[in-house]
Design a protein around this ligand. Sequence first.
Ligand SMILES: [Zn+2]
Length: 283
Amino acid sequence: MRALVLALLCAAHAAAQEPSLFGVKKSPAQDATAPSSGVIGASPSVAVPEDPEDTSVVISPFRPQKRPEAKETRVFSMAKLNRPLAYETTKELQRLFTAFIQQHVQEATGRELVPAPGPVTTLEYVVQQDLGDGRLLVKANWVASGDGLLPAAAEAYAVLMPEKSKAVGEKGQCVVTGVGMVSVRFTPTFAPLAGRRLTLRREAFIECTLIPETIESQEKFMEFVKSGAELSVITAEKFPCKACGGLGFTREVQKGKLDDKRIPCTACESGKVTMRIETKFTP
Ligand SMILES: [Zn+2]
């Protein structure tokens, strides 16, 4: 994934410009004095009607991607791997690594693993329009993400930032990470919307490189941890319920009867509670 992503996620922009995930929003004053208005010396305070000739593109975050937060944190120490009584077993490491590769992607150089900004999925697309700055408006199909945070879609317009530039009309398929919904203000150049200045609210994706689920890849991951990389994974873990002692029900003594009455526990499901845990890997 391009280093650009990090730059996009940081809101470091010039004072007169409104920061946006995919570009820089012009201030109204800048819009009013833009050369496309064709009026020399127009007052910046005068409201300018929608100009069909205005082909500027403004993309701003509408609903950023949110991951559910972890309730608790624990440590997985590589040094304790397969030590007697340690929970750090090879089996547990494999399970956590499988979850890890669904939440992380490879940085372009392959020398770093970075958290995916959002759900990871596979996109099939046709380029509709080049919005500039490496952003494309595409018509796409995608499958639901493994973490359940992104539903599948068919024939949907979306914004895509591919790793290499693509021509209008070009078809492609790539692995992407979602960065949430964005608001795109632009003038379409394709039928049936051509020429109409409009604002679309669409999912935005960045092409990325998956971490392969292989033994070599897991070993590389362990090397990253041993050399000090701060990596963690969030998983939903099941624990015995404290309220009922893991039974799934509580007992109530019944006068004159041999059997207790069983009252289903309202705090759990069959004696187990599910909690989101962040596991931090340490050397
Ligand atoms: Zn319970």
